[in-house]
Design a protein around this ligand. Structure first.
Ligand code: GLA
Length: 382
């Protein structure tokens, strides 16, 4: 892939580009906790987007999306465009310009193997990879956390998704063989070894594609904020759901809409589950991590209402196997992948069972990925 994209770039622009890679991410546990100031436990993976980038002297940004075979050319005062994929790149330029940096025009060829709309953060991979490349090529001196925040704002302002910081953080700060526990309020983080003993992670794609910007994602975020307004009128120390307890929520129940109550309950419980799962992982208790993941799925499906029937069935199928200790919907929801923790010795049987059962119900295969936990965004030294 790297050689192909580099060759394509040279073919199009007749100069040798610098090459960068930017990974997708998984999340062990902690969904929809990031924008509630809570905790998450993601890791970068070996599915990635590769970029070939070089400055040009045309005064226009020229982007070629190899997988879509689509080309876009944009002026250096970047507008939002109808070409959805280009907004992820243009938004990054706009963020740098907002910070007072003049961003010279570049040529870009990119492509990769992070499946789209699957909950593996292809969009964060795109934003972060381009932000990293511009910072490296023009020596802007942005810190990694600056690049993370600019990529997140790209999503807010150019894509229309009021996402939290987890995806961009995981993509940039990922480390081989490690998960990162991130406190989304203080941004303090800790890498710890991703050791699952006799177990492996398996991702199963339902092929129900989600497009979060047009989904209920922003609505969920809003419903949680509604809850915080009521909670903080009784308990002024509550600034976000991170600060609230279930007891406090119960006390305010009568003043909350049913939906808002359900969303808040899920988030408060999910935060606790992340902490429990982290402790369990540190002492090698993979079964407990799995138990928390099943509970997350229940919450995502019944309280947060961010699952879908195909994914619920995938988790039900996983539950029928004694080799699986945990399984749940992963990422923003409304489609995408499940993440399951499966006994290593039974992974092949599990994949076969999932494929057969899913096919029987939906007449379409689920696509299954083995993943390796990898480093975050970096330059490829050829
Ligand atoms: C999406 C968002 C993240 C996070 C997850 C849900 O991936 O980009 O910020 O909110 O959904 O955990």
């Amino acid at each position: 892939m790297i050689q192909e994209l580099q060759a394509k770039f040279i073919d199009l622009y007749s100069v040798t580009p610098r090459m960068f890679r930017s990974p997708g991410r998984i999340n062990i546990i902690g969904e929809h906790t990031d924008y509630n100031d809570g905790f998450v436990l993601p890791a970068a993976i070996d599915k990635e987007i590769v970029f070939a980038v070089a400055p040009n002297t045309t005064g226009t940004f020229r982007f070629y999306a190899a997988d879509l075979n689509d080309f876009g050319e944009f002026p250096d005062i970047v507008p939002q465009t109808d070409k959805k994929w280009a907004n992820y790149l243009l938004g990054v330029v706009a963020q740098m310009q907002k910070k007072g940096f003049s961003v010279p025009s570049v040529d870009v060829v990119f492509g990769g193997n992070v499946p789209l709309g699957a909950g593996l953060s292809s969009s964060a991979a795109l934003e972060c990879g381009f932000a990293f490349a511009l910072n490296a090529i023009f020596d802007f001196g942005f810190s990694t956390i600056d690049l993370v925040k600019m990529s997140q704002l790209t999503e807010h302002e150019f894509v229309g998704l009021r996402c939290g910081i987890m995806d961009q953080f995981a993509v940039m700060f990922g480390k081989k063989d490690s998960v990162v526990r991130l406190d989304c309020r203080s941004l303090e983080y800790q890498h710890f070894p991703f050791i699952l003993n006799d177990y492996a992670i398996v991702l199963c794609n339902s092929n129900v594609k989600h497009e979060l910007a047009s989904s209920e994602y922003n609505v969920r975020r809003h419903e949680g904020e509604e809850g915080v307004r009521v909670l903080s009128s009784h308990y002024p120390e509550i600034r976000s759901l991170r600060d609230a307890t279930l007891e406090q929520l119960e006390c305010c129940k009568s003043e909350l809409s049913e939906k808002s109550y359900m969303r808040c309950k899920y988030v408060i419980e999910e935060n606790q589950r992340v902490l429990t799962a982290c402790e369990a992982m540190l002492r090698g208790d993979v079964e407990m991590v799995g138990k928390m993941m099943y509970a997350t799925h229940e919450g995502m499906s019944k309280l947060y209402e961010a699952s879908c029937k195909e994914i619920d069935e995938m988790v039900d199928i996983a539950r029928t196997s004694s080799a699986v200790v945990g399984s749940r919907i992963m990422g923003g929801g409304f489609g995408g992948c499940t993440i399951s923790v499966v006994k290593k010795s039974a992974v092949e049987d599990f994949k076969q069972m999932m494929n057969e059962q899913y096919y029987k119900r939906y007449n379409t295969p689920s696509v299954i990925y083995d993943i390796v936990v990898s480093d975050g965004t970096n330059e490829i030294m050829l």
